[in-house]
Design a binder for this molecule. Structure first.
Ligand code: SAM
Length: 239
C-alpha cells in the first residue's frame, strides 16, 4: 500500500470527504490518506496527526518524498491537540478501536466547534463511537460496511445536529448494529453479526461453566441480550 494505491478500507473512508474541505487525519501513520486526497485533488490542504514517534517520522518522510510539504502539515501530538480551532472542516480517524476514537473526540471536544464532518473507521466497538456521537450532538448521516483481506470494517460518517434522526424508533439496536447498516442488511453485515453471535455463544457457554458470581451472571445476562438482538436482526427481512 502507498499513497497512490490506498487500501480499499482507506479509499472507502476518502469517499466521504467533501470536495475542497480542509482535512485532519488523526493517527495518520504513513500519511497515506492525506497524500492520496491531496494528489487526487479532493482536498486543498491537510494535517496529518500522529502521537507515536516512529509513525510520525514515517508520515514526515512520506510527505517529503511525495513533495507535499506545502500542502500537508505533519504534526506530532495526542489526538485533536495537533489542530487549532477552526483550522479544518473534516476529521478522519481510522484503524483504531472505537473506544479509543471516542476518547480522542471526547478529549478534543473544544476543537470540534467549526468541524463540519467526522469520518470514523473503528476496527472494533463501533457502538462506543455511535454512543459518543449521540451524546454529543453529532448525527450519523451514513455508514458503510466492507470486507478486505478477510476483515470486516465499518465506516461511520457524522455531521452536527439531528443526532437521533438516523435511529428512527430503535435506538438500542441502532447503536449496536448501526442504523444505516441495519436497514441496508447487506451480506457483509450478515456475515459480521453471524460471526459475532457465534463468538458470544462461545463466551456464554464458558460463563455457564465458570463460578456463579453476581458479576458472571450479569455478564451472561448482557451477552444473552445481545445474542437475542443478533438473532432478531439476522432473521429480519431487508427493509
Ligand atoms: N490511520 C491509519 C490507517 O487507518 O491505516 C493508521 C492506523 S494505525 C493502526 C493507528 C495509528 O494511530 C498508529 O500510528 C498510532 O500511533 C496512532 N494513534 C493512536 N492513538 C493516537 C492518538 N491519541 N493521537 C494520535 N495518533 C494516535
Amino acid at each position: 500500500m502507498n499513497s497512490e494505491k490506498l487500501s480499499y478500507r482507506l479509499e472507502t473512508v476518502t469517499k466521504y470527504i467533501p470536495q475542497d474541505y480542509k482535512l485532519a487525519d488523526i493517527g495518520s501513520d504513513h500519511a497515506y490518506l492525506p497524500c492520496y486526497v491531496i494528489q487526487n485533488g479532493i482536498v486543498p490542504w491537510a494535517v496529518a496527526g500522529e502521537v507515536v514517534e516512529g509513525p510520525f517520522q514515517s508520515a514526515r518522510r512520506q510527505v517529503e518524498e511525495e513533495g507535499l510539504t506545502d500542502k500537508i502539515s505533519v504534526r506530532k501530538g495526542d489526538g485533536l491537540e495537533v489542530i487549532k480551532k477552526g483550522e479544518v472542516d473534516c476529521i478522519t480517524i481510522a484503524g483504531m478501536g472505537g473506544a479509543l476514537i471516542a476518547s480522542i473526540l471526547e478529549k478534543g471536544k473544544d476543537k470540534l466547534e467549526h468541524v463540519k464532518r467526522l469520518i470514523l473507521q473503528p476496527n472494533i466497538s463501533a457502538i462506543s463511537i455511535r454512543t459518543w456521537l449521540l451524546e454529543n450532538g453529532w448525527g450519523l448521516i451514513g455508514e458503510e460496511i466492507i470486507e478486505e483481506d478477510g476483515k470486516i470494517y465499518e465506516i461511520l460518517v457524522a455531521e452536527k445536529g439531528k443526532e437521533k434522526q438516523a435511529y428512527h424508533d430503535d435506538l438500542e439496536k441502532g447503536l449496536l448494529f448501526g442504523p444505516f447498516l441495519l436497514r441496508e442488511h447487506n451480506p457483509t453485515f450478515l456475515k459480521k453479526w453471524e460471526g459475532e453471535k457465534i463468538n458470544w455463544l462461545t463466551i456464554a457457554e464458558k460463563l455457564e461453566q465458570a463460578s456463579n458470581t453476581v458479576e458472571n451472571r450479569k455478564k451472561k445476562e448482557e451477552l444473552m441480550k445481545k445474542i437475542k438482538m443478533a438473532e432478531e436482526v439476522l432473521e429480519d427481512e431487508k427493509d
